[in-house]
Design a protein around this ligand. Sequence first.
Ligand code: ADP
Ligand code: MG
Length: 255
Amino acid sequence: GVDPDAILVIEGAAKHFGGLKAVDGMDLQVAKGQIHAIIGPNGAGKSTLANLITGVYKPNGGTISFQGKEIGGLAPHKISRSGVARTFQTPQLFHDATVLENVLTGFPDTGRTSLLAAAVKPPSRYRRDAEMRDEAERLLDLVGLADLTDVLAGELPYGKQRALEIARALASSPELIVLDEPAAGLLATESVGLGDLLIALREHGYALVVVEHHMDLVARVADKVTCMDQGRLLSRGTPEQVLSDEAVIAAYLGK
Ligand code: ADP
Ligand code: MG
């Protein structure tokens, strides 16, 4: 059944690449203010599922409903406008722009999901400049970058680039943020800081879907864990339940 608190409800989602069923009939429900981790071995279909939620791919089947509205197959900017933001496995930032400017590119009027479109229209041209700047500063404060607004993004350590990418995602005023392997490439200390940030976002009421295979991070922050294997659900439950599930352990050892 559908959880009445769910803001994201996926039923039977499928994505095929030729004969390969990358996502093969997945269900998922994410509640407001919940961190839902998606784990699974390489090639399990985690990124593909994230791409279905955010409109990068159109599903071959199933439904993806966000706040009661079907979003499966909509263009990424429409999904973004309906309240779903994302970050990528590799941060997608303007390295030659400042931290603040990078956040400004995340506001809906600046070209939506297109970095290029945002670059062509400098933020100074927009209405509500001062308001956007204040909001960007608030978001940078939330992610712990308040002291670095004028630093070039390319000069930030990797962990702070991650935080910046999250601040930019927040600029679209999402209810749900989909993060694909946010701890990839982070130092252990940075990964702890990322965990703190994810917990802070939950406290602010954001729902998070976090594709991640750093199990210490998953165990620390996730309210619920879904393990995928070969495009399908392998295990679901609390972090304790899923991380001790024999089938999950076997799937990881098998790769
Ligand atoms: P994960 O993120 O869990 O490692 P992916 O979702 O990236 O897995 O990939 C799932 C499967 O789909 C893999 O076998 C991968 O090679 C394949 N795949 C992913 N994207 C594409 C694509 N654009 N074209 C063809 N095959 C793809
Ligand atoms: Mg992936």
